[in-house]
Structure formats: structure tokens, C-alpha cells
Design a protein around this ligand. Sequence first.
Ligand SMILES: N[C@@H](CCC(=O)N[C@@H](CS)C(=O)NCC(=O)O)C(=O)O
Length: 201
Amino acid sequence: MTLDIKLYGMGRTRSARCQWTLDELELAYEYVDDRALLHSEELRRLHPQGKMPAILIDGQPLFESAPICEYLCDLIAEPMLIGAVGTYERAQHAQWTSFVLTELDAYLWSDLKHTRAYSEEHRSAEVTASNAKEIQRALDVLDKEFASRDFLIGERFSVTDIIVGWSINWAANTGHLAAFTQLSRYLARLQEREYCTIKPG
Ligand SMILES: N[C@@H](CCC(=O)N[C@@H](CS)C(=O)NCC(=O)O)C(=O)O
């Protein structure tokens, strides 16, 4: 299948999920890696808030990293990186993606805002302390899961690992992973893959 794809992203942010998925699917694409486009008119045509990632696939715009990755996997049958709609595998994918985006990613994002992004007067130590607890609770669930499996769905790598792995790597790079040995091993497994975009540090 030939698709005309243009991905807007920057550095190692959530657009890395989309890059990794595109590369695993061996799709050709144009990658616009340009922080200066954040909140620009050009980007607002694809994303109402002018955030990244955003993508154009055959002229159709889409935003939000997880649905972008899922849609790309739905378009490409081989390699199969996502279960078909209506299968238990697909439900498990939705379960883990939803869990990680709401129980981990959201608190990491809030943590970043309250430690770096907001100006001093808008930062709250109470929020950061509460975020740290929620982050540990979510990581604990995932760490226990990886005691009995190498990847999240079935016995093989899937797009779920790209979406979830990216967030776990964010947790690692912000000092939240010390207590979780299974998760460190999981990240090392992902980082062995040729197209992996998540890096330590
Ligand atoms: N839930 C969105 C998050 C998008 C997002 O917040 N992207 C960040 C970079 S990772 C961004 O554009 N930040 C600029 C801003 O918040 O204005 C996704 O997964 O794509």
C-alpha cells in the first residue's frame, strides 16, 4: 500500500511513538521535526491546539499519538502490530493504552508542568508529591505484569508496547523507575529493536 504521509513532531516527545510505528511498518513518510511550528497556523490546521504530534495521511489530518499509531497499524496488515477490531487482543490493547495514558502519562505530564514548564508561582509541591504517588501506583501494576510476560499482548511485540513503552521510558528518564526491575528489563528489551525511538537518559 502506498500512502502519502507527513508527520509533524519534535525530538523525543510523543511524536517518537509515531515515528517508531511508521518505521516498524516500513512506511515511507516525510518527517517535519520543527519545534517552531508549535501553536502555529500550519499546525492548527491539523491539531486544534497546535500541539505535536499531528499527521497527514493521504491529505487527512489526525492528532493524538496513540490513535495515530493505531490507525497506521490498522491500515497495514503485515507486519501485524495490532489485533483486529472485535478480538480479545484488541480489547487488551485498548485496556493497556487507556490505563497508561490516564494512570501514568497524565501524571508524568502534570509532574513536568509543576517541576519545569510552569513559572515558579504556578508550581505546586503538593501536586508533585501526589503525582509521584500516582506514578508509582501505575508503575507497580505494570511491573507486576512483566513478571510473567515479555510483551504486553500475547507473546510478541505490538504497537501497545510502543505506546506504553514510551511512557515507561519517560518515567525512567525522570527518576521514577528505581524500584521496578521488571520495567527496566522491559525497556532494555524494547531498546534492542532496530527502530526503537526511546532512549535512556
Ligand atoms: N495526548 C497528546 C499530547 C500532545 C502533547 O501535549 N504534545 C506535546 C509534546 S509531547 C506538545 O505539543 N506540547 C506543547 C504544548 O503543550 O503546548 C498525544 O499523545 O499526542
